[in-house]
Design a protein around this ligand. Structure first.
Ligand SMILES: Nc1ncnc2c1ncn2[C@@H]1O[C@H](COP(=O)(O)OP(=O)(O)OP(=O)(O)O)[C@@H](O)[C@H]1O
Length: 373
């Protein structure tokens, strides 16, 4: 069992304020991914949890026990924090074979030989590296070494596993395989995971929860789908999703029954029950529509009076789907259409939008003001 609570963590490197009042609870059994662009403080957070860095402010609890209390200068050494770490750099022992590297920690724990062998075979199979078992790290590629490092960590069956971009050196296919292995491992073992990546697909596909960072601040912590459907602000909306969400500027008017947004896409009415409590006080303000590429559908003939007339800009078939870019007024929209569809440049098409699904943001505060339902 492993529950981690970070409370009011500040970390400075010299004068640079790297982590700014970080509060985060990782429940027992969570697969918590720390996600954000390069330099936003993800690795630093992991290093603070592992004990490799000391924060200047805040406390960290592990299963209710204080392992960090900066005010009292209490920092439990890494060895007393029941966890295992996998870094982007693999830190394998160069003079040991793959098998010896994986066995090393298990032998220190004085586990029976049968148990050591079972765990090594299981880790080798999961990471698909059985054929390299007698090689030395110098005889392996970067991606193979990375998988040995993961195998070594999972063989020790830790309660808490911290991983920093562990799949960064793998090719696209292997990455997908390893994601599914790690997800399966998490489900089977219930190990609490804290996982650092800047790859949003990795985060969305594997995690039970995602914490989105921006410049040392946690902006949103949520389940992956909730983050995708209802990002708390424009930053999260733009960061999550591939292809990116479409934005269109408009003017909002709030009345007793709801909100009307007028934009180049026409007039849209949203019922009061779908509005968040982040509405600005003014009755009329600048708003931004947030429309995911799959929330738009495209037809060559008008299907309903509310359809929006648009012109094809480009159409990019990619096998299972076609990404179509259209122009409406001055707005450019990307649409994800299933299958192969062909359109001619400048062809007139008609768009329909599921108004229940789309988001609306307040342009000034950038906050979400209309939920996707
Ligand atoms: N030892 C250090 N001394 C000084 N500054 C540091 C140190 N380690 C990290 N930083 C700075 O702290 C900030 C956060 O770094 P961190 O490694 O936590 O980011 P990250 O979100 O993990 O980024 P990436 O995805 O690029 O690994 C960066 O601006 C970085 O330059």
């Amino acid at each position: 069992m492993s529950k981690i609570e970070l409370k009011h963590i500040d970390k400075y490197y010299g004068k640079n304020h790297i982590l700014k009042d970080v509060n985060l609870t990782i429940e027992d059994g969570d697969f918590m991914t720390l996600l954000g662009p390069s330099g936003c403080g993800k690795t630093t957070t992991l290093r603070v949890v592992s004990g490799l860095e000391k924060p200047q402010n805040g406390t960290i609890l592990m299963n209710g026990k204080e392992i960090v209390n900066a005010a009292e200068a209490h920092f439990a050494p890494p060895s007393e924090r029941d966890l295992n770490l996998v870094f982007q750099s693999y830190a394998l022992w160069p003079h040991m074979t793959v098998r010896e590297n994986i066995a090393f920690g298990l032998n220190i724990q004085k586990l029976p030989k049968d148990e050591v062998d079972r765990r090594i075979e299981d880790a080798l199979a999961r990471m698909q590296i059985g054929q390299y078992v007698d090689r030395y790290p110098s005889e392996l590629s970067g991606g193979q070494q990375q998988r040995v490092a993961i195998a070594r960590a999972i063989a020790s069956e830790p309660h808490l596993l911290l991983m920093d971009e562990p799949l960064s050196n793998l090719d696209a296919k292997l990455r997908v395989d390893m994601r599914s292995e790690l997800k399966r491992l998490h489900i089977e073992t219930g190990t609490t995971m804290i996982y650092v990546t800047h790859d949003q697909v990795e985060a969305l596909t594997m995690s039970t929860k995602i914490a989105i960072f921006k410049e040392g601040v946690i902006v949103q912590v949520d389940h992956p789908l909730e983050l995708y459907n209802n990002p708390v602000n424009l930053y999260v909306a733009d960061f999550i999703g591939n292809p990116s969400i479409n934005f269109a500027d408009g003017k909002a008017e709030v009345g007793p029954d709801g909100m009307t947004v007028t934009s180049p896409l026409g007039k849209m009415v949203f019922p009061k029950k779908d509005l968040t409590d982040m509405l600005p006080k003014e009755k009329s303000f600048d708003a931004v529509l947030g429309i995911r590429p799959e929330q738009l559908s495209i037809n060559t003939t008008r299907q309903s009076p509310s359809d929006i007339e648009a012109h094809i800009y480009t159409s990019m078939p990619a096998g299972s789907e076609t990404l179509v870019t259209v122009k409406v007024g001055g707005v450019s929209l990307v649409i994800k259409a299933l299958g192969i569809t062909h359109y001619n440049p400048d062809q007139v098409v008609y768009l329909s939008i599921d108004l229940n699904k789309i988001n609306v943001f307040d342009k000034k505060s950038t906050n979400l003001i209309k939920y996707s339902v």
